[in-house]
Design a protein around this ligand. Sequence first.
Ligand code: FAD
Length: 822
Amino acid sequence: MQHWFPLLAAILVSLACSYRRVALRTWSALTAVAIVAAGVLAESHWLATSITFLVFALVAVPLNLTDFRRKRLSAPLLAIYQKITPQLSPTEKIALEAGTVGFEGELFSGKPNWNQLLRQPEPVLSADERAFLDGPVEELCRMINDWEITHELADLPPPVWEFLKKNKFFGMIIPREYGGLQFSALAHSVVLQKLASISTTVGSTVAVPNSLGPAELLLHYGTKEQKDYYLPRLADGREIPCFALTGPYAGSDATSIPDYGVVCKGEWNGANVLGVRLTFDKRYITLAPIATVVGLAFRMYDPEKLLGDVEDLGITLALLPRDTKGLEIGRRHMPLNIPFQNGPVRGKDVFVPLSQLIGGPEMAGEGWRMLVECLSVGRAISLPSNATGAARIGSIATGAYARIRKQFGMAIGRFEGVEEALARIGGYTYAISALSRATAAAVDRGEKPSVPSAIAKYHATELGREIAKDVMDVHGGKGVILGPRNYAGRAWQGAPIAITVEGANILTRSMMIFGQGAIRCHPFVLKEMQATQLADYRERLQAFDKALFGHIGFAISNAVRSFVLGLTHAKIGSAPGDKYTRRFYRKLNRYAAALALTADTSMLVLGGKLKFKEKISARLGDVLSNLYIASAMLKRYEDQGRPVADQPMLAWAFHDSVWRMQMALDGVLRNFPVRPVAWLLRALIFPLGRREVPPSDRLGRRVAAILCTPNETRDRLAGDVYLTPNANNPIGRMNALLADVIAAEPVERKFLKAVKTLAVKAYDYNGQLAEVEAAGAITSEERKLLERVRTATFEFISVDDFDPRDLEAAVKHGKTVLRSVA
Ligand SMILES: Cc1cc2nc3c(=O)[nH]c(=O)nc-3n(C[C@H](O)[C@H](O)[C@H](O)COP(=O)(O)OP(=O)(O)OC[C@H]3O[C@@H](n4cnc5c(N)ncnc54)[C@H](O)[C@@H]3O)c2cc1C
């Protein structure tokens, strides 16, 4: 038996080295020592020790002789790699080169360095930003009547437009030197969350000029003249921008726009100048109907070679003032009863001079790169913030309503079925608010988070839609009947808008999250690809060899880590956190290793075909996304001082995330086209089977209870949403009533019991109260409390009704309001 000890020692040391990811030379030295030591100490036969050593040396020596390794191993592999690796299209190249890699790279490494996350400073608002939130934003919220906006005006009322412009809501991303507010991404996000909590329409209206559009593009690429002219005017709302990319033939596939501009001479302000003659048909353009300046994407052609030798210059961006001759603008689309300004923009042979190209003539043809480089910052903020604001207010409103609304003699929030919905609302809200905060913080650190912004866009809006569904279900008929009293219906109606815009969700999940993440965040894939592009063969081979052998070590380590952490159900290994959260970090270590292993294997086995295996790619993206979301939740918990009261929320959302990771990996393995590879991966990732379970009912009950009672966790979950109990804010008023409702509950129980035991004769509530009081079962103070609460709660369980003519838009205006384009 002892003759096997050297071999056993070699295997154990190799596994330990792979798990710890030690360098090749260290592994070689440690293994050599282990073989000899085991042979001597266990008194193995010299032949057994020698054979083990020889086999080990045959592997280790060539790997450690760098020149030999490069010539004999890396060179042929480089030739194969160059043959089988698909060429990236220019569009894909631009997408990959835009953006930076932050903590998500650690998750992809299979062995996250948690210090990198935990050392990041806590994102906080500056004094100016806080003052803006508590001043103009609060004031604006007070002015908003969402029913008036969505039903009566189908627009913001003029005083709201004025207030927005005067207080520079459209200039949050514009630097102070140009008259803007120059807010941090965090402040920008918190402002949008608060606005979205009172009106989706206002939230969207403010989000758009602060997202990807003329201001952002001018800041990065504008000429001095363009910046000096437009930025101050955009900051104070003298100019209202829109950005027009999408058209009938180019939606998700935006690079295929058929809109074109031909370089020619033409008239501009009375002079004959060089410019482009544009023909375009755009639709779905937010703010277009009222825009004073249109950012336009088109393909630029120079058939007469007036600018140089190139005829097809590529996608180019221009600014068209509203009064440009031939520009058709002003009609409106109606996006799902959320009437922010949105409509088509068209033009035929519209002439603008080259000075109207964003960045001037030098930037002709650079449009796609400009858009992709700027996309991630806006995408990380606008839609995730709007979804988070709606989710936060949805949690508060539904928790309060579930406590106020009684059926079968009980608050509906106490029924297990409702509790289940409340737990999802609370847990998902906790998750997406952490996600929004993490991506805003990444932008504030100067990152261009292309992968996290896709994660945030997809998951905040998808979970937001789930929350909106549960909010509706818990409200029953109260959610369905529209009117000034309904605070849930519009968010539900509008949920699909957020799903569709800024990269429709199916595409974002299927192609972008993992597609970009795999190459951008992987520690070696991009390096390998870049190595193959080097012109000098020696340099190419050297760089490829380094990346390749790093990659091989990385893959072996991930296989070992997946197996060991799977076998121990992630109960071992160093991890940060406290007694409560350490196990959470360990779980993430396990799934990070499993993701890295599966991703590598998928890329190796499926190669270029992986791009078209969208279902595999989407599930791998789900694992990456949930790793990112769970890390964001842990970071938030740490930043907030590890509040014990928040633990049920954190635990619910965390277990849900981990369960999703497991199911996504299981989906990959079940459907992986090469079955023996899938079996091997399953053995490494799930050696004891799938053991993660969704959050328990008990945990869900604790989350639901948090939503239905005033407490600090609930306040943290609400964040800065608009909860002032004003006439225009039913949720604020209902929330303010919650303490009284809770105080009345024991009295109500006493009263209901007395009604039965005293055989009360009155049929009506007030009569019954009087009888019960007269019998001494409740005091006069208690009776007053019950009366007060009943009167106050009636308002919140009531719905609206209308004169039929109030609902007939066509009759009211004497015509059909919205005519479809024939
Ligand atoms: C209210 C609203 C406001 C908007 N504002 C603007 C604006 O201001 N400026 C602007 O330029 N655009 C704007 N858009 C356009 C928006 O960005 C596009 O709607 C979006 O890009 C999707 O295009 P599409 O609607 O034509 O869908 P399509 O491209 O037709 O897609 C339909 C479905 O197919 C899926 N799909 C497409 N390709 C793939 C693929 N390869 N893999 C998997 N799934 C795929 C999509 O995810 C989607 O689910 C707005 C749209 C709306 C609805």
